[in-house]
Ligand binder design. Structure first.
Ligand SMILES: [Zn+2]
Length: 326
């Protein structure tokens, strides 16, 4: 069943709607929402939801799946992360019916979607020119959320209990366990991230009892849990050459990239300020001093993430038909 939720009028007097697909199982069960493009330029989740809705596994659904492929319709139209009032929708929750445009859409989403669900997954990517390693951000201190995060099957779980006005925070406040999935970069389809996301959503639905257990041997990646993360910034301006790849474990002092000027024979090394795993980096070689280049996650122990990343990538090589991704 498709619902076109009215979200107001454009200044052209065209009515704008948020398309929502509700899939009811034959039997009752949890009610899961899966949302994407709350940042309007983050597209992998739009494709993850398209594949999810045509996946054969849904024929045996229990409970209800509420899929919202584009939450920030204004942003998608403008190929922008933000709303036309330049607010970040994912910093505007829980919102209010008399607030800003972002606040009103957040409020509508809380009333129409979150209030009708028992669990949620929100799909994101890195920013423009920045690629994220597939990972989950969630409040891992909550046991129910931790169980879902582990089931998702990505190599890294990042504990995050920020009070940041995000959908995730508002849903948690409403007592709804929620995962935020990150993978790939804005304005691009990244096949491995799409497959990892689709597979993760299906795994979570199995753990919730919404789908029957797989008959196939489940290759679940055993994730490592990071308690915090930091961006490493450019010490000076110039042209960046990357020397580390996503998922790499670096030690304090390791060189992750080198900044140089095109015609000057002088290199500036960008070193890891602490030991960790590289979970995001810029793809744009042109950098100004102070720009965020590398996102490093900290781990309590020396974890073998690199092997897990390799295992995940091998498992998701884009030669399998979409339906085989489970
Ligand atoms: Zn995002």
């Amino acid at each position: 069943m498709t619902i076109n939720l009215p979200i107001g009028r454009l200044y052209t007097y065209d009515n704008l709607t948020m398309p929502i697909e509700v899939v009811n199982g034959r039997k009752g069960g949890p009610r899961l929402f899966v949302s994407a493009a709350i940042h309007g330029d983050e597209l992998n989740g739009v494709e993850i939801i398209r594949r999810l809705l045509r996946h054969s596994a849904l024929q045996r659904l229990r409970g209800t799946l509420i899929a919202v492929p584009v939450v920030n319709v204004h942003g998608l139209l403008h190929r922008s992360r933000y709303l036309p009032d330049r607010r970040d929708l994912n910093r505007s929750f829980p919102g209010s019916s008399r607030g800003s445009l972002a606040g009103r859409i957040a409020d509508l989403f809380m009333r129409e979607i979150v209030a009708n669900c028992t669990h949620g997954i929100d799909l994101h990517t890195g920013a423009v020119h920045r690629e994220n390693l597939p990972h989950i951000r969630a409040n891992l201190d909550d046991p129910a959320t931790l169980e879902l995060a582990r089931a998702f099957g990505v190599p890294v779980l990042l504990n995050s209990d920020l009070r940041d006005g995000s959908l995730r925070e508002a849903a948690m406040e409403a007592g709804i366990p929620m995962l935020l999935y990150e993978g790939g970069e804005a304005l691009r389809f990244h096949e491995v991230s799409i497959r990892a996301g689709l597979r993760g959503v299906l795994h979570v639905m199995r753990v919730l009892g919404m789908l029957p257990a797989s008959r196939r041997h489940a290759h679940v990646v055993k994730p490592v849990v990071a308690r915090s993360s930091s961006w490493v910034r450019a010490p000076e301006s110039g042209v960046l050459r990357l020397q580390a790849t996503l998922g790499t474990r670096v030690r304090k002092g390791d060189v992750m990239g080198v900044i140089a000027a095109p015609l000057i024979d002088r290199d500036c090394r960008v070193e890891a300020p602490f030991s960790g795993i590289l979970i995001a980096h810029t793809h744009l070689p042109l950098v100004h001093e102070g720009e965020a280049l590398f996102h490093l996650a900290r781990f309590g122990s020396n974890a073998a993430v690199a092997g897990q990343v390799e295992a995940l990538q091998e498992m998701l090589v884009p030669t399998l038909p979409e339906d085989e991704v489970i």
